[in-house]
Design a protein around this ligand. Structure first.
Ligand SMILES: NC(=O)c1ccc[n+]([C@@H]2O[C@H](COP(=O)([O-])OP(=O)(O)OC[C@H]3O[C@@H](n4cnc5c(N)ncnc54)[C@H](OP(=O)(O)O)[C@@H]3O)[C@@H](O)[C@H]2O)c1
Length: 280
């Protein structure tokens, strides 16, 4: 592995696929240069495959990457990842809290009980994300460039005021009593966890405000990724047919944030959509 040198050092959780991978891909295609820790839970061969793909897609890129094993639902895994990065580099410039998961699909299919699905959803999307941030915060504060940025990836579904205003899909239900036909809740475990994440991101912005770490809470749009695939069963929704767009679009937005093009929007805390502030 060549030395990181003057490259910006990033950690992206859940970067083996989906939006996280697309962010790495977009970074590889830009002048950078970056060294990217490709966070991946479980078997890191998936991160190694992702890195081969990055090199194949941008053969002349000045950026580099390496896999980092990190399961954000495991304190042991988070601690081991921290030890590795601390020992190797002693700092990071950018942390992208991208890893996230939907468990509503598994609840609806009956693979998980409601209790299991809700607990796992909040564990990954809220508690795990907060614990990763708290663990890696000292490395962000030690950023050599002092251009340190901390990103959270929230969701358009997290907006409580949009939901309350009736903008949410399937808002009005027929007055048929109980039970309602089908599932009356729209990704409720997931969307409520992302509303919870919005508070976490807001707190991190406040806590790090005077430490030179810029904190962003990014709502990347509805993207065609594996998010609503129930991983063990492989049951997937055709999100393209539902209007999801190429994740490269959301990734380009995230990379603009990484490269400082949105620095003026870091404070006060807000949820950033590509062209607007997302209502809380
Ligand atoms: N897709 C959208 O429309 C959309 C919209 C708004 C926000 N987001 C957010 O964007 C982020 C990326 O999601 P995506 O759409 O790219 O979905 P994805 O294709 O399912 O990718 C999610 C990534 O997170 C990883 N992950 C899940 N649980 C993890 C854990 N416990 N520890 C470490 N990594 C874990 C996954 O790993 P595995 O490959 O091992 O499962 C995968 O790498 C998420 O935070 C999601 O909520 C997505």
């Amino acid at each position: 592995m060549p030395p990181v040198g003057a490259k910006s050092l990033l950690l992206i959780t859940g970067a083996n696929t989906g939006l996280g991978f697309e962010v790495a891909k977009a970074l590889f295609a830009r002048p950078g240069p970056y060294h990217i820790l490709i966070g991946c839970r479980g078997d890191v061969s998936r991160a190694s495959d992702a890195i081969s793909k990055l090199k194949h897609l941008s053969p002349s890129s000045a950026s580099t990457a390496e896999p980092l094993s990190i399961d954000i639902s495991s304190d042991e895994s988070i601690a081991a990842a921290f030890e590795e990065v601390q020992e190797r580099f002693r700092y990071i410039d950018v942390l992208i809290n991208n890893a996230g998961a939907d468990f509503d699909t598994a609840i609806t299919s009956g693979r998980l009980t409601k209790r299991e699905g809700w607990s796992q959803c909040w564990d990954v999307n809220v508690a795990g994300t907060h614990i990763v941030t708290e663990t890696f915060a000292p490395l962000l504060l030690a950023s050599k460039s002092r251009q340190s940025r901390l990103l959270f990836i929230t969701s358009g579904l997290s907006s409580m005021s949009e939901n309350a205003s009736g903008a949410s899909p399937r808002y009005a239900l027929p007055p048929v009593g109980w039970p309602k036909p089908g599932n009356p809740f729209v990704y409720l475990a997931y969307r409520s966890s992302k509303s919870g994440l919005n508070m976490i991101a807001t707190e991190w912005a406040r806590v790090l405000r005077n430490d030179g770490v810029k904190v962003f809470n990014v709502s990347p749009g509805f993207l065609h990724t594996g998010l609503s695939t129930d991983r063990p069963t492989g049951e997937a929704k055709d999100t393209k047919a539902m209007g999801a767009v190429d994740p490269a679009i959301g990734a380009g937005f995230c990379v603009d944030v990484v490269e400082g093009k949105r620095d003026d929007q870091a404070w006060p805390p807000k949820v950033m959509r590509m062209n607007m502030v997302q209502p809380w």
